[in-house]
Design a protein around this ligand. Structure first.
Ligand code: PBG
Ligand code: ZN
Length: 321
């Protein structure tokens, strides 16, 4: 008989033989910035998450810095939307101004700019629309411009989340030709057409006004296709990859880890967050225990870093705050 239980007798021994750990340095916190002033508005379907106007950002920035969380992922909610998503690439757009503010206030905080059109288009799709179709090639220059204006605002990392084919190459070229050769691209490579994005679309007001995103995001049933997406994005110049959602796609995360040598980031999305929060608020689960277990699961599957709305809580628990 093998006595596995020998190494499980005390917390000291369990800690000594523990294979996977979660650290504050692993975390990325998503932040929603909204046009306007004096705004700190709760997102109803995401308890604990708020949308901030730029003048109210400092409070949350201080919290992030105080906990030592190294990076934020920025989403913008513009005042006006139009067919072409102009707000996404306006040099004076909401994320562009928010990034300038953050980099002035917290120069060492890594700012990742999510690049997409859906928060800025009146139809809510991630690309240009014609005759009910989401156009691919015509969308690429707009995404490239969105990347450039955010890089000009001193975003540290550009993260395209639209799932148009060829966008990484288009963005890489635009950045290189305009003095941003050293700005890395973190591609949402394996991004599935998922029901788990529901609460985010409330938060970002980015729900499609007709149809769905299945003609550009991936079919949840496909794993091999994710490898091709990731291979392709690396060939086009991506420096790091995202798997999204995370918890229902740990197999994809593991494949990504085994197959590619670049940093792999798991996106623990809004629906995954809200389900845990809802059950915790009902008193049906132990929130801290479940959240930390989920974090370990993503790291064990191969995530180098985790984008999560739980980041503030997780950092607090790790630090004993
Ligand atoms: C926009 C975008 C989405 C998310 C990140 N960027 C939503 C979508 O594709 O509809 C989802 C994030 C989350 O659910 O937490 N392209
Ligand atoms: Zn989008």
């Amino acid at each position: 008989m093998r006595r596995f239980r020998r190494l499980r007798q005390t917390e000291e021994m369990r800690s000594f033989v523990r294979e996977t750990r979660i650290a504050v340095e692993d975390l990325v916190y998503p932040v929603f910035v909204q046009e306007g002033t004096g705004i700190k508005e709760p997102v109803p379907s995401m308890p604990g998450v708020f949308r901030y106007s730029i003048d109210r950002l400092d409070g949350i920035l201080d919290q992030i810095l105080g906990l030592g969380i190294p990076a934020v992922l920025l989403f913008g909610i513009p005042a006006h939307k139009d067919e072409k998503g102009s707000g996404a690439y306006d040099p004076e757009g909401i994320t562009q101004r928010a990034i300038r503010h953050i980099k002035e206030r917290a120069p060492f905080l890594i700012v990742i700019a999510d690049i997409c059109l859906c928060e800025y288009t009146s139809h809510g799709h991630c690309g240009l629309v014609k005759d009910g179709q989401i156009l691919n090639d015509e969308t690429l220059p707009l995404l490239a411009r969105a990347a450039l204006t955010n890089a000009d605002a001193r975003a540290d990392i550009i993260a395209p989340s639209d799932m148009m084919d060829g966008r990484v190459a288009a963005i890489r070229r635009e950045l290189d030709e305009n003095g941003h050769r050293n700005v890395p691209v973190l591609s949402y490579s394996a991004k599935y057409a998922s029901g788990y994005y529901g609460p985010f679309r409330d938060a970002a007001e980015s729900a499609p006004q007709f149809g769905d995103r299945r003609s550009y995001q991936m079919d949840p049933a496909n794993a091999r296709e994710a490898i091709r997406e990731m291979e392709d994005d690396l060939e086009e110049g991506a420096d790091m990859l995202i798997v999204k959602p995370a918890l229902a796609y740990l197999d994809i995360l593991k494949i990504a880890r085994e197959k590619f040598l670049v940093p792999i980031i798991a996106y623990n999305v809004s629906g995954e967050y809200s389900m845990v929060k809802a059950a915790a608020l009902q008193g049906w689960i132990d929130e801290k225990r479940i959240v930390l277990e989920n974090m370990i699961a993503m790291k064990r599957a191969g995530a180098d870093r985790i984008i999560t709305y739980h980041a503030l809580d997780v950092a607090g628990w790790i630090l004993g705050k």
